[in-house]
Structures are given as C-alpha cells and as structure tokens.
Design a protein around this ligand. Structure first.
Ligand code: SF4
Length: 305
C-alpha cells in the first residue's frame, strides 16, 4: 500500500504501540533532559510560519521531500494568486495549480493531493476544516492517515501545528539526534518514538513547560529575547554568541504559532522545532558540530565530533 511520499512502502495501519515507558524511566528522563537543555539554549521557536490552519495543511503536504525554502516559494505563488484557501485550491484548474507548486517538486502529485484533500473536506465536512478538526484526536489521526499522500509525519504535523493536538512529530532530524544520543535505534518505528517523547514530556515537572503556566504569561516572558541563554538546568547552555554565529534564529511569530493550544501541545511544538534547529545547525548529517551544540555536555568528550 503506497499512501505518502514519506512512507517508504511501510503501511502505517500496521503500527502498534509496543513501547512501554514504565520500564524505561531512565530513557524518559534523558528525553526530558534534552528538552530542558534545548529550551534553555534555543528558547521559543514560533514554528509553524503560516497565516492560517489551512496554510499549515498545505505546507505539510508541500514539505514532503523538499526544503522549506522551496515550500515558501510555492506557497508564495499560491498567496500571490489569491488561492491559498480551500475554495482557491478547489477552483484552480489542476494545470495552473501544478505551475504554482512547481518550486516544491513532485508538483503534479502534490497538486493532485491537495485537490483530493479539499474534495474530501467538501464531501464529508461541507468544505469546513473546522468541522474536520472537531473530531477527537485519534479519530482525526486515522482519518488523515487514510487520505492519499498523508503518512504519519504529515498527519502529525497537521494535528500538532494546525489542529493544536497533543501529538509529537517525528522526522529525520529527530531520528538523527536521538540515534546519536543512544535514545532510539535506526530501525525504530515511527509511533514508538512518538510515544516515547509524548510520554516523557507529559511527565515533565521542571521549567517553563511544566504545566499550569498560562499561555499569555509564557508568551510575554518567552518573546523578549528567545535566544538569551537561561540558567542551565543540566550543564552550561551554549553561549549566545555561538548560537547566533551559526545562524540559529527563531522564526517570527505567526498566526499559526500563536494559536491557542494546551501547554502540552505547546511543549511538543517547541521541542520538535528546537530539535529541527539543532539538527540543521549542529547535528548535521556528515560531521556533527558537537563542540558548539547545546547538547554537547551529554556526550563524553571522546565521542564528540
Ligand atoms: S551535534 Fe553532537 S552534541 Fe549536538 S545533537 Fe548532534 S551528536 Fe549531540
């Protein structure tokens, strides 16, 4: 069964939760430790850069197998043409839509999939994304996974960043950082990693994200200087100069990043975004830059690159 570009032939309907966090308290604590260190060093990231929940959905489709810069160009084309909406995608002829999506690659397939998504919304929810998002989380996840072109990463991106659900997104960056810190194996299943992180962060009891922090208070204290290193909770934070020097710049707050969401959803949101920044700027594919990474104190000196 082939459903999405990201699935590599694996059927997501076969995935079962087999990981028992209760037997792995040390692993859960390690995940929380990474979360605290990245939060202390990198701060609030304001992901996802979108003006609406529907734009997040479009971006989640388009980002498959391409860079975000290419997605931005394609979304810019949609915006410029005034078709970055359910009705816009519905009413734009396929050939025109393909032309606008060309910068994102696989543009014919992606145009078809966006049209299929809108057709599904039309047929089941009278074209209302809000009506689709009114479904309970697990039912909504199953429904999204049943659509062409939506695998687990895309479904969870939509759930977390567009529908504001308490779901963590696992991507190649997460796998790379976790593998290098011995938290997961190369063949770990998507939902096993997702569940490990979800359970670990749900049990977080320290710091800004420990729950009961009103979103408004958090937004005020977190936005003044998100890159300012805070007191390290688990070793010294990467210094501000180093972080700025490698170009780690948080995104500007967007309508999507500022949508109302629970503290746990916010925690998953920020952790995923912080992992992406860490992997892009420090934990690069070939030669990781451990000496400058916020997580460097977690590795023994002899195993740092
Ligand atoms: S760059 Fe090094 S310290 Fe940073 S996440 Fe990767 S392996 Fe860990």
């Amino acid at each position: 069964m082939t459903k999405g570009l990201e699935q590599n032939g694996k059927s997501n309907t076969q995935i079962r939760y087999t990981y028992d966090m209760a037997t792995q308290p040390a692993l859960a604590e390690k995940i929380r430790q990474i979360f605290r260190m990245l939060d202390a060093s990198l701060g609030q990231q304001h992901w996802w850069p979108a003006g609406s929940a529907f734009e997040v959905v479009v971006g989640a489709y388009l980002t498959q197998n391409t860079t975000w810069a290419n997605v931005e160009r394609a979304i810019g084309n949609l915006r410029e043409a005034g078709v970055l909406s359910v009705s816009g995608i519905r009413d734009t002829p396929a050939a025109e839509l393909e032309g606008m999506l060309r910068p994102a690659g696989y543009f014919r397939q992606k145009a078809a999939r966006l049209k299929q998504f809108v057709a599904y919304l039309d047929s089941k929810y009278a074209g209302s994304l809000d009506a689709l998002f009114a479904r309970p989380t697990e039912a909504l996840r199953d429904e999204l996974l049943g659509l062409p072109g939506i695998g687990p990463e895309t479904a969870d991106s939509i759930l977390l960043y567009a529908a504001n659900r308490e779901v963590f997104v696992v991507d190649a960056y997460t796998r790379r950082v976790f593998e290098r810190h011995g938290l997961t194996e190369a063949d770990a299943r998507y939902d096993d990693i997702r569940l490990r992180v979800q359970e670990a962060l749900a049990g977080e009891t320290e710091g800004f994200y420990a729950g009961n922090t009103p979103a408004t208070a958090r937004a005020v204290s977190g936005s003044a200087n998100p890159l300012k290193p805070k007191e390290g909770l688990n070793g010294p934070p990467a210094d501000e100069t180093t972080i700025s020097a490698v170009g780690v710049v948080p995104h500007a707050p967007s309508a999507a990043s500022q949508m109302e969401r629970s503290e746990l959803s916010r925690r998953y949101n920020e952790f995923h975004a912080q992992i992406v920044q860490t992997a892009k700027h420090f934990c690069v594919k070939t030669t990781p830059k451990c000496d400058h990474c916020p997580l460097r104190t977690l590795l023994k000196p002899e195993s740092r690159s």
